[in-house]
Ligand binder design. Structure first.
Ligand SMILES: Cc1cc2nc3c(=O)[nH]c(=O)nc-3n(C[C@H](O)[C@H](O)[C@H](O)COP(=O)(O)OP(=O)(O)OC[C@H]3O[C@@H](n4cnc5c(N)ncnc54)[C@H](O)[C@@H]3O)c2cc1C
Length: 365
């Protein structure tokens, strides 16, 4: 494989994993990412849940994604001697009789056989939870400690001298045929993984990103003892085993600010109160917020700029970065380094309309 020079922009989950895989492939890579700009990965629960949403549907591509995700996180654990990947049972509570019927239908659908476990009759779950309609076991769930992953890889890249903790200034990127020049760097490929920062990217801001704000709380509750699992009622609750819990997450497409809000905390606590028995006093220890890089068609933005050779994007991981990133990075690098075609479902070429091609861009060079 030809060794080429790459600049990865954005040191969130996408950028860090991409840079790590490029390094492993023997490529020359520099990671430029600001640790002070908004960063969804830093505040995410890292939950991998195969059956999601109000309609309890199986996540897109789950069977293809999960084995590579698990293998990737295990590989990182081995290389850096850390614990990142925690497979845990997920208990999904039914909120009404419609939920029970829907789950019953899913149980009879063979597509769900590897992700749905047995129903749990009402009253058989932990006493601490409202349990009028029973619940279901969801299999193959896990959570990934994303902040630890970011910290570990950023430290690793810093030691290797290939991480620059700074804001990438798009105006300073210039073509120097056949490469690109950015300050003192020259590169064959620039891969943008800027999360919602993509909106300031003059080459890719034409893609239909629809950021969705999310807020989570870290709670403390000395009286709440729960078996190890993720509990999904109105919101999900992730016990860390030391009487602290992560409660998440809100979903708001109207607020584009990355700051935590009182309304977000209230929504989370009200929902927690509606399913956790009142004798358990909940104390808020931390409050986080971030912007998910969600997309209009709920598929990622991956691929090559239509006219500027060497500019690429890997973004749009939405609410599911933990499960999506590892396998999609594999596919993207097979395309970038091996010339394989991208799946049209993830390729940004799907947004190219012959009437507007090439898309209007406000890049000046
Ligand atoms: C509250 C909340 C809870 C979530 N929970 C889950 C969950 O349980 N499971 C799950 O799978 N996903 C979850 N997500 C979604 C998950 O966070 C995303 O899918 C994933 O982290 C996106 O990673 P990313 O690297 O694409 O973006 P980001 O993590 O946002 O990273 C982008 C990075 O680019 C940097 N950047 C941007 N522009 C520039 C620039 N010009 N110069 C330098 N750096 C720049 C930013 O600083 C940032 O660090 C959650 C999100 C939120 C907000």
């Amino acid at each position: 494989m030809r060794i080429q020079k790459h600049i990865v922009v954005g040191a969130g989950l996408a950028g860090c994993l991409l840079a790590w895989r490029l390094e492993q492939a023997g490529q020359h890579v520099t990671l430029i990412g600001s640790t002070t700009l908004p960063n969804a990965s830093q505040v995410a629960g890292g939950i991998i849940n195969p059956v999601t949403g109000r309609w309890m549907t199986k996540s897109w591509g789950f069977d293809m994604l999960i084995s590579h995700a698990a293998a990737t996180y295990r590989e990182l654990e081995q290389q850096f001697e850390i614990e990142l990947y925690h497979p845990v049972p997920l208990i999904r509570y039914c909120r009404n009789s419609t939920d029970i019927k829907r789950m019953g239908r899913r149980m009879r659908n063979p597509r769900y056989a590897n992700v749905l476990g047995e129903p749990i009759p009402e009253g058989d779950g932990p006493d601490s939870f409202e349990d009028t309609h029973g619940s279901f076991h969801i299999k193959q769930a896990a959570y990934v400690q994303l902040p630890l992953l970011l910290q570990t890889l950023r430290e690793h890249f810093t030691q290797a001298g290939i991480f620059r903790d700074e804001t990438f200034n798009h105006a300073d990127l210039a073509r120097q045929d056949p490469q690109w020049r950015y300050h003192d760097l020259q590169a064959d490929h620039i891969i943008f993984s800027e999360g919602v920062g993509m909106q300031a990217n003059p080459w890719f801001n034409w893609l239909p990103l629809t950021p969705a704000k999310g807020e989570t709380l870290i709670l403390e509750c000395p009286t709440l003892d729960l078996p190890r699992a993720i509990y999904h009622h109105r919101k999900w609750l992730l016990p860390y085993g030391d009487h602290t819990f992560r409660l998440g997450a809100t979903f708001d497409s109207d607020d584009a600010s990355p700051e935590p809000t009182e309304a977000g905390a209230r929504e989370l606590l009200d929902d927690a109160r509606s399913f956790i028995a009142p004798q358990h006093a909940l104390t808020v220890k931390q409050h986080y917020a971030g912007l998910r890089p969600t997309t209009k068609d709920i598929r990622p933005f991956i691929g090559d700029h239509p006219t500027e050779a060497g500019l690429h994007i890997f973004n749009g991981l939405g609410s599911k970065g933990a499960s999506l990133a590892p396998e999609l990075i594999r596919q993207f690098l097979a395309h970038l380094l091996g010339g394989e075609a991208l799946d049209p479902e993830i390729d940004i070429a799907r947004f190219l309309d012959t009437t507007t091609h090439p898309p209007r861009t406000d890049a000046t060079h």
